[in-house]
Design a protein around this ligand. Sequence first.
Ligand code: 5AD
Ligand code: SF4
Length: 439
Amino acid sequence: MSKQKFYKIVTYGCQMNVHESEKIAGVLSELGYVPCGELSEADIIVFNTCCIRENAENHAFGNIGMLKKLKAENRELIIAVGGCLPQQVGKADNLHEKFPYVDIIFGTHNLHKLKDYVLLKQKQKKAVIEIDSDEGLVCEGDNPVRTSYPNAWVNITYGCNNFCSYCIVPFVRGRERSRHSENIINEVKRLLAEGYKEITLLGQNVNSYGNGSDNVTFPQLLEKIANLDGKFRLRFMTSHPKDFSEELARVIAANEKICHCVHLPVQSGSDAVLKAMNRKYTAQDYLTKISYLKKHVPDCAVTTDLIVGFPGETEEDFEATLNLVKEVNYSSAFTFVYSKREGTVAAKMPDQIPEEVSKERIMRLIDLVNSLTREHTKNYVGKTVEILCEDYDKKKGMYLGRDCYGRMGYFKSETNAIGEFVNIKISKANGVSLIGERV
Ligand code: 5AD
Ligand code: SF4
């Protein structure tokens, strides 16, 4: 009998979700499913959804809707929808009503039971729907099918306690819990032995890492991992400014394997907006954290997340954001228009900003961020950088990878360079990316 096939997990949202999809693929592999690249060949299709902004949610709804025809043609096909979207109050029922042909609906705390759900669904006609509430689940012993060689994602924390007033994550991911440091270190050792060259530690707020049972702080954990043998790069995301310490900046400076690249989301440059967002720092507090980095790691690339159009944001508030962006001189930034999420504190705030105002602001912000990014890339021309090659771009006929600051570089190579550290001399800066020759 031919093997059952799973279509590559359809993923929405952040790197956390990308890694979670690798875990879902791992669960399906344990059941004997093998991957396939065509929807029409698949025996199971899994959507790993995101609900952080309305457009991510709509995108998932649209794609699930498009499978109606395929399901009608192939009654044996299993369609499963998991992740953040069904974890929201009432959304699983909503999904079931809207798409009765979806076979399995499961929440963020149910990933490991997907195996049981598939087996159950193969026996019964009825849809399997299970959404657990926060059980303090810490995942160990996962067997992900990794898709991002030479990088490997490693969760160190799950959930979030910060309750930024705009954000749905604490509601759908539960309270923050940390993995035991020994388990994390053993996982990293295994990955390095398997040949992975870059480890990215993942958590909603890695800086507040700390497992009550072993008292290891985040800077200590980083140091322990950076001290492991072998040539590799160590990255981490995401950091919350309120927990970013000078000690962390010192640890980055003292360990050459830790990349000089920090993602430190500021969200806004206005104290009034930061307060309403419940971010627990002022613009000045944030700049103090940046000064730790500039002092200890002067060449550190800093990236950020920014939201425009938060309820009550005035033109002056927005200009404070533009000024902060210029002052920090970010090497790049993710920019978002505020999206109202039901159930959050901000959703009930008066003074929601009209769409045209938000749109105009985000265009101005994107222009500024792009001009800073272009300046950063221009400074590379003539320099030689070390790229960790991660892929081959068929259209361009070039290999690509990132330097330790996170900047993407393209180059030609006669031999397969994926997984190698390659020195390239930059000849051209192309907006956000670089082009160079192997030296
Ligand atoms: N609207 C817009 N952006 C949001 N983010 C989180 N919640 C929202 C929302 N409701 C952004 C923040 C966060 C990033 C992951 O997503 O900038 O840092
Ligand atoms: Fe959301 Fe704030 Fe937690 Fe980040 S820190 S996940 S923005 S609540």
